[in-house]
Structure formats: C-alpha cells, structure tokens
Design a protein around this ligand. Structure first.
Ligand SMILES: [Zn+2]
Length: 318
C-alpha cells in the first residue's frame, strides 16, 4: 500500500470513531510519521512560547533542533490572550514553556493549574520596573504597583532573557547544550550591536520625551535616558480618560514634541486624533507584541531598528 492509501484508511478509521475530519487527518498523519521517524527526531525539543518576543529568542536559540509554538496568534494582541483547553493541554505536553510572569494572566493561570515539564520565566535575572500611575515606568515604586511586563523592548534585557532560556533548555537537553550556546552567543552579539546603535543614535537629541499609545516603552526609556508619555496605561485595550488625553496634549505642547506614536495591533484612533488636534505627525512606534505583514520589519531586530529611526526623527537626534 502507498503512504497515501495508508493515510486515507487511518482517516476513515478515526472518522468512524466519531472524531472530526481535521482531527482525524492530524491523528492519522501523526501516527504514520511516528512509524517512519528517523533517530535524529529524538533530538528535537518542543517549546511553547507565550508571545512573539519569546518566539524570536527561542527560535534563534533552538535553531533546527526544535519546534516553537506561539500561544498568541500572529496579529493578535497578547495582553488579553485567552487560552483554549486544547492549547493548555498541548502546552503541558511540550518540553518547555517560555513566558513572562505577570504579562498574560491566562498564561500565568495555565502554568499554575497545569504545570508544564519545564516553565521558564524570563523575568528571572532582570531588574523589573514598576509602572507609576500615568503608566510611565519608575524604578522601585510602591509594593502594590504591578511590574511593567514589557521587558523585551530593552535589547540588553533580551540578551539576559536569551541566556536564561539557553541555560534552562541546555540543562534539560545536555546533548544539545553546545549548539544552543553557539546559537545564543550569535544572537547576543546581534542584540549587543542593536543596543550600541540605540546608545549612539539617541545620545544627542533635541528632546528626550516621546508620546506613545500605551505604556510599553518603560524599559527602552530607562536604558537610553528617555521619558515616555503614554496615552493609555500598561494595557493597550484600556480607553484613556478625557482628562488623560487633555494632560497628554498639555505635555506635548510643553515638551515641543513633533510626533504622536501609534501601534500596529491596537486602534490608532486616539493617537491620530491627538496628533490632528495639535497639528503634529503621527507615526508608528511598535511595541513588538506581534509581527504582521504591516510590521516595519520581519523580526524583532528589524522592527527595533525601525523604532530607533522613528525615535531619532521624532526627537531631532543628530
Ligand atoms: Zn503592551
């Protein structure tokens, strides 16, 4: 029998068992491929990641030695992610889950209720910033304040996060440790170069304040001596109050900003209306919570470079 006819028979058997067609095809194909698996396949690690920046890091670190599944579908906003029962079951079946504690409540809950084989919280080893009331990050705020979860918008944080993922995956897969380490070192050199571009590019500017759609850029601002003025708070889906919009307009005039930044994954209506009211430009500053075809780049490094160009232009950097 040919593999195709094998597959067809297995699909028909699964369908008889009352399984849906799509599930039957997947189950049959999985069963068939496992019969013909090569020994190399045993070296593959399966990793679930909670959001795009973690997908970027993990894919670079595991390279061809693993498969990475992102819980947040491309083009969807990760903060208010909801997980299906199947996603939670699949997640606990993978070798590791990479997440940012305190970023996505659904992920924190799933890891608590259905502990995966290996949970890698990339905030370990990072200095977390607190979110002050207007959303701007300030170090060591009151204890009741939430941590700012947008750790990935600092290239130097990303290098630390890469080291954490590498260390945990290598400990669990010692036979792949040297490969993971080589991949991680090459990734870190690119992140270090990005950090240097930011330091150089933002060292001499007409102003340091920038107005953003939601408070995602606290770590970036902290690293490069800037001040973010967010229209919304840490959660991009929260509507800003009229008072907050008036305050942002006042600050925009006070600081002499040229540009109101908006994002790719959430509504740009408020940002564009503030820009219109004040006769300012509106431009994208991407919090890189997901990559889509409209992103200004195909990966984290490219979009961060585009963000740097946007900041330099908006802030009059030489
Ligand atoms: Zn965010």
């Amino acid at each position: 029998m040919t593999p195709t006819s094998n597959l067809l028979i297995m699909v028909l058997m699964k369908l008889k068992q009352g399984i849906s067609l799509a599930a039957a095809v997947v189950a049959a194909a999985t069963a068939l491929s496992s019969c013909t698996a090569t020994p190399a396949a045993t070296n593959k690690v399966t990793v679930t990641v909670a959001a795009y920046p973690l997908q970027f890091l993990t894919e670079r670190i595991v390279g061809a030695n693993g498969t990475v599944t992102n819980l947040t579908a491309p083009g969807t906003e990760p903060h208010d992610l909801e997980l299906t029962a199947k996603q939670i079951a699949d997640m606990s079946g993978t070798d590791a889950v990479v997440y940012i504690a305190g970023f996505q409540p659904a992920v924190d809950e799933a890891i608590g209720s259905t502990p995966p084989k290996l949970a890698i919280d990339v905030t370990q080893g990072l200095t977390m910033l607190k979110a002050s009331q207007d959303g701007a990050a300030a170090e060591e705020g009151s204890n009741t304040e939430a941590n700012d979860p947008h750790v990935w918008l600092s290239p130097s944080n990303m290098a630390t996060m890469a080291k954490t993922i590498d260390a945990k995956l290598s400990a669990a897969n010692p036979e792949l440790a040297s490969t993971f380490e080589a991949n991680t070192n090459s990734l870190i050199s690119e992140l270090t170069a990005l950090d240097s571009s930011y330091k150089t590019g933002l060292s001499s500017c007409s102003r340091t304040q920038f107005i953003t759609s939601h408070a995602a850029f606290g770590y970036l601002a902290h690293d490069y001596g800037l001040t973010q003025v967010p229209i919304s708070g840490l959660d991009p889906t929260e509507e800003p109050t009229a008072a907050r919009i008036a305050e942002v307009q006042k600050l925009a005039k006070q600081y002499g900003v040229t540009t109101i930044f908006f994002e790719t994954l959430v509504s740009d209506t408020v940002a564009k209306s503030i820009a219109g009211d004040l006769g300012l430009k509106a431009a994208v500053l991407d919090p890189i919570e997901g990559i889509t075809t409209t992103s200004a780049g195909t990966n984290y490094l490219e979009v961060m470079q585009s963000n740097l160009n946007a900041l330099k232009e908006a802030n009059g950097c030489s």
